[in-house]
Design a protein around this ligand. Structure first.
Ligand code: C2E
Ligand code: MG
Ligand code: MG
Length: 624
């Protein structure tokens, strides 16, 4: 029981006993007056006086001055009973029964000192009464053995008092134990509620609470005829903070931003953390869109304010999408989705801004948005498949490897090109896990097709930027190799120039470790990016892949031919091999060989094909 409740309970008990005592006194008063005994009038006066003396108990108790009220009550009653004993029949007076009652009540109220003081007073009073009768200072009727009976009364009273006290002590202990147990249960109940309804990192409410608050806000809005704004806030480039400064800094930044958002909202508005770097704000009471926009701009500024974390000043920006109730609907999920779509529009058009949901603009975004939602299910629902495009030795015409190319079998839209979904997966942070799956699957398939071959056919796997920054590439590769029992030199990793530039440190370490295991490295789409020669030297990759945009224009465009020739010469001088992508006809093949490129892949031989077809191709090949 909480202290407040306990106080209320004690007040209630005290007042109960108070009313009861007053009632008994009134009954006794009438009884005496009706009985008209010889001492009726003085007794009635004593009762009335006592009732009057007891009345402050009520006022003290109602003002919760319980200890004083109880002491007043007990002392007044003890004096009243004692006065009766002295005035009327001494130790044979029925009023003597009042003493144990008073003791029981004082023990019940837990007033240790008052209890002891009252008991001592009562014992002394009884002894004195007995002695007074014995010594004939005072003559009460039938008091022949007054002191002896006084001693006996005292013993009985002491016994009674002590046993009540002990018993109540035990009860009190039990009560306290129960009370602390109860407090503990209540505390853990609160903790559980906090956990269910709040985000553990920022302590902000979560989506469950947001839904409830939205329902309340909507009710208010329909009465006041004002709007509720649902704002979807997504931090821009938060991934980079996590990747470059570490997760603990990322967490601290999220906490600081949560605080900033709270500080800039009114108390009746709600800010929730929905996931990772996404927040949801519910704000009500708007009459115009302009008011909502002003609040969104205030939040943009709040998020952009630099924060000091571990001696580093960090500032981040965010994109805010807004949907309005009732303008865009009155269903929580629909509004969240619309706010989310508006947020994607902001991301698309450069970030660090806010935008209202707009049905006209939303068509395109809606498609992307739906695709993104579907993409989330693709990996768990096994909708991905790897296709393989054979790679050929241009001089011997033999297959020496295959590039693994990812395909997504969308449940309703059919096959979707990686050029469409890979950028989406990168943006939304899903590519790292997808890339790991590709690695595992490609190693597994390669181990399978190499069974019983005369010479090994290796697999080339495209590595994405986020596999480096979000996951541990060397561990992932080693896991995939171990699981499939594939030898490292049957695996080639295709990197991009962006990776060399942006993740130089991480990549150099990974390359060193994996090269020691025999893994090959190539640079994909060479010629389309930075084409930085220093990087080529530093990373010591084995292979340059000439981008298909040059290969395909080789016969028709002199500039492409010049670029291809330059790339081939560059590769030769750096002791790198070249492989040309996108060879579609024999003339291109012949020209490439003449220019000094001896490896290639392209539709001239085969389009990327499912594993079974690729295996069938190997079966018809001299390598089998
Ligand atoms: P990429 O790595 O440069 O792959 C070569 C692309 O060229 C493939 O497109 C392939 O089908 C296509 N191609 C091959 N030969 C020819 C040809 O003769 N003519 C023409 N017109 N095209 C040819 P795809 O499969 O659509 O893949 C597109 C890109 O998606 C890939 O370009 C790669 O960057 C990325 N990608 C595919 N699978 C994965 C993957 O598992 N992981 C990662 N990170 N990226 C992947
Ligand atoms: Mg590639
Ligand atoms: Mg390529």
């Amino acid at each position: 029981m909480a202290t407040e409740q306990l106080k209320e309970h004690r007040k209630y008990r005290l007042l109960q006993v108070f009313y009861l005592t007053e009632a008994v006194l009134v009954i006794e008063l009438f009884h005496r007056l009706i009985a008209k005994g010889e001492a009726a009038i003085p007794l009635a006066i004593a009762i009335l006086f006592t009732m009057l003396v007891l009345s402050p108990v009520y006022f003290l108790a109602t003002r919760l001055r319980l200890e004083l009220a109880t002491q007043w009550f007990l002392i007044a009653l003890t004096l009243f009973v004692s006065a009766l004993l002295w005035s009327f029949n001494g130790l044979t007076d029925e009023a003597l029964f009042g003493y144990p009652c008073i003791l029981v009540f004082s023990a019940l109220m837990g007033l240790r000192r008052t209890f002891v003081a009252l008991m001592v007073f009562m014992i002394l009073n009884i002894l004195l009464l007995g002695l007074a009768n014995d010594l004939q200072w005072l003559q009460h009727p039938s008091t022949t053995t007054s002191l002896n009976s006084g001693i006996l009364f005292c013993i009985i009273l002491a016994l009674l008092g002590v046993s009540i006290w002990l018993q109540l002590g035990d009860l009190n202990q039990l009560l306290q134990a129960l009370q602390s147990e109860n407090n503990r249960v209540m505390q853990s109940q609160q903790q559980i509620e906090q956990l269910i309804n709040h985000d553990a990192l920022t302590h902000l409410p979560n989506r469950i609470v947001a839904r409830q608050r939205f329902a309340e806000a909507c009710r208010n809005a329909s009465v006041s005829k004002r709007m509720v704004a649902v704002m979807f806030i997504d931090l821009d480039n938060f991934k980079h903070v996590n990747d470059s400064l570490g997760h603990h800094i990322g967490d601290a930044l999220l906490m600081a931003i949560a605080k900033q958002l709270q500080l800039n909202l009114r108390s009746r508005d709600t800010v929730c953390r929905i996931s990772g770097d996404e927040f949801l704000v519910l704000a009500e009471g708007f009459q115009t869109q302009l008011e909502v926009k002003q609040l969104a701009e205030k939040l943009l500024e709040a998020v952009a304010a630099p924060v000091q974390i571990a001696n580093t000043e960090i500032s981040s920006t965010c994109s805010i999408g807004i949907a309005l109730c009732p303008h865009d609907g009155d269903n929580f999920d629909t509004l969240c989705q619309k706010a989310d779509m508006a947020m994607y529009q902001v991301k698309d058009s450069g970030r660090n801004s806010c935008s209202f949901f707009d049905i006209a603009l939303s068509k395109q975004t809606e498609q992307t948005f739906n695709l993104l939602n579907d993409l989330k299910k693709a990996l768990p629902e096994q909708q991905f498949e790897l296709y393989y495009q054979p790679q050929y030795d241009l001089q011997t015409g033999q297959i020496f490897g295959a590039e693994a190319l990812l395909r997504w079998h969308h449940p309703t839209r059919g096959m979707i090109s990686p050029a469409v979904f890979i950028p989406l997966a990168e943006q939304s942070g899903m590519m790292a896990d997808i890339g790991f799956w590709v690695l595992q699957q490609a190693c597994h398939d390669c181990a399978l097709w190499n069974q019983g071959l005369k010479w090994p056919i290796r697999v080339a796997v495209n590595v994405s930027q986020s596999q480096l920054s979000r996951r541990h590439l060397e561990l992932d590769v080693q896991t995939a190799l171990q699981e499939s029992e594939l030898s490292g030199d049957l695996l080639e990793l295709e990197l991009t120039e962006t990776m060399l530039v942006e993740n130089a440190g991480l990549l150099q370490r990974a390359i060193k470790v994996l090269k020691a295991k025999g893994v090959h490295f190539s640079l994909d789409d060479f010629g389309t990016g930075y084409s930085n020669l220093a990087y080529l030297q530093d990373f010591e990759l084995g292979l340059l892949k000439i981008d298909q945009s040059f290969t395909q224009k080789l016969l028709t465009d002199d500039r492409s031919k010049a670029v291809v020739r330059a790339i081939i010469q560059l590769a030769a001088s750096l002791e790198l091999q070249c492989i040309a992508e996108g060879i579609e006809n024999e003339q291109t093949l012949v020209l490439l060989t003449r220019l000094g490129c001896f490896k290639g892949q392209g539709y001239y031989w085969a389009k990327p094909e499912p594993l079974s077809e690729f295996q069938a191709r190997l079966n018809g090949n001299p390598c089998r």
